[in-house]
Write a protein that binds this ligand. Structure first.
Ligand SMILES: Cc1cc2nc3c(=O)[nH]c(=O)nc-3n(C[C@H](O)[C@H](O)[C@H](O)COP(=O)(O)OP(=O)(O)OC[C@H]3O[C@@H](n4cnc5c(N)ncnc54)[C@H](O)[C@@H]3O)c2cc1C
Length: 407
């Protein structure tokens, strides 16, 4: 595509995981697409202890299969075959083996840099997509057929027109505010400490979710004997955990997690992400749509944010295909898109927000209910299947006719 072009059918603002996935999913469309990313991408080749990973559901696997890049992604993925759910201070726990339910693996852990590299390589090969980076959106002015978009590219101002403006520009979406769409914002007053650890015993592809008095702690299988750690802490204690030396940190982790994986032997660089729920009041405007974190940013407790964003992408591309990418039908299509995405979005928001609240309460009735809940998961196959289905993410991905089969 020539760089002098100034009109694009679709302008995607934000080349994070969701924006890039949309560009890849539009490969077979007849549309010209401009992808704007404010950061110069610099793939990170990190030591395994410092790799950042993302949990992918089976719905995301399906989507990447359709886009023809799953084989590349899965080459670096670690499957999750079992879930181990427990609560600090409550004896016992629940272990769910996906093999026993005929739906293994439950999902995959994939290094972020591998996802980004695979998506970037794919986008670079597509003739209908142009990437501009570093390029940040300055303004978007509506006209009768879409938008005139002004972009800052290396200090130079460029102008483009488009029939569809997509905001995949994250939780603080500029597109969302330019469209005049408000958002509900709730801080959890917690931060997630992210790092990787090496364990004495092999993880055997088990994902551990442990609820502690401060918040959830996830230990997730990645390559060899390494695990990814997402440890939620209250805002006022997070700095202390970041400043500890490695031995002190490993001891605190050991105390919270126990010895299911033997001793924690090594830890990588630690970083912290403040946790908040941001829910856009609308998903669409005239000739415009919000997807991924720009539409909803959820607590990472159930590893759902990116997977949910990918289902935004899947539905949007399906609906654009149904109207032959004809801008004359955008308005009705976008309204339908908003309605179609509502149940999945509400479900994930309720799930992540609910888990965070239920497990934060320390009063004895809440503790007792949690203990009963964990025991039900442990002993009832139907409850186990419900938990598995929630983790597969297929319910809102398949056609409605197939929904019942896949949960
Ligand atoms: C600790 C943690 C663990 C997580 N683990 C998981 C997990 O295991 N599984 C899962 O599914 N999800 C997980 N998530 C959620 C997941 O990371 C996000 O949902 C996902 O990355 C959102 O991608 P996005 O592309 O929508 O937004 P972002 O990643 O925020 O990307 C937005 C992009 O837009 C660009 N941008 C912003 N403004 C402009 C502008 N004006 N002009 C041009 N570009 C702009 C930014 O530079 C950025 O690249 C986790 C989140 C956290 C915090």
């Amino acid at each position: 595509m020539t760089s002098s072009r100034s009109s694009f059918d679709i302008v995607i603002v934000g080349g994070g995981l969701v924006g890039m996935s949309l560009a890849v999913a539009l490969a077979k469309s007849p549309c010209s697409v401009l992808l704007l990313e404010q950061n110069q991408s610099a793939p990170l080749h990190a030591n395994v202890l410092d790799l950042r990973t993302t949990g992918l559901t089976r719905s995301s696997e399906q989507m990447f299969m359709q886009a023809g890049i799953w084989q590349k992604i899965v080459a670096a993925a670690s499957p999750i075959e079992r879930l181990d759910i427990s609560e600090q201070g409550n004896f016992g726990g629940a272990r769910i083996d996906a093999n026993q339910h005929g739906i293994s693996p439950i999902g995959y852990m994939v290094p972020n840099h591998h996802l980004i590299e695979t998506l970037s390589e794919q986008v670079a090969q597509l003739n209908n997509i142009k990437i501009l980076s570093p390029a940040s959106l300055d303004s978007a002015e509506a006209n009768s057929s879409g938008y005139e978009v002004k972009v800052n590219h290396n200090g130079e101002q460029l102008t483009f027109t488009t029939s569809l403006l997509v905001g995949s520009d994250g939780g603080n979406s500029k597109v969302r505010s330019m469209l005049g769409i408000g958002a509900e914002h709730k801080s959890y007053q917690q931060s997630a400490i992210i790092t990787n650890v090496r364990t004495q015993k092999p993880h055997k592809n088990v994902a551990y979710e442990r609820f502690t008095q401060h918040g959830p702690l996830a230990v997730l299988p990645i390559q060899d004997d390494y695990c990814a750690l997402i440890w939620t802490q209250s805002e006022d204690s997070v700095d202390g955990y970041l400043q500890m030396d490695d031995q002190q940190f490993l001891q605190s982790l050991q105390k919270a997690f126990g010895y299911r994986l033997g001793k924690f032997l090594e830890v990588g660089k630690r970083s912290a992400y403040p946790l908040a729920l941001t829910k856009s009041n609308a998903l669409v405007g005239a000739h415009a749509v919000l997807i991924g974190n720009a539409a909803q940013t959820v607590h990472p407790v159930a590893a759902q944010g990116f997977n949910l964003g990918l289902r935004d992408v899947h539905t949007l591309v399906q609906m654009l295909t149904n109207i032959d990418f004809n801008p004359a039908h955008f308005e009705s299509m976008l309204n339908e898109y908003q309605q179609k995405r509502a149940p999945d979005r509400d479900h994930v928001i309720k799930l992540t927000d609910g888990l965070t609240r239920v497990f934060a309460q320390q009063a004895w009735p809440a503790k007792m209910l949690r203990s009963i809940g964990v025991r039900m998961i442990s002993s009832l196959p139907t409850v186990q299947r419900g938990v598995l289905r929630r983790n597969l993410g297929l319910r809102y991905f398949m056609d409605h006719t197939k929904t019942e089969d896949h949960g």
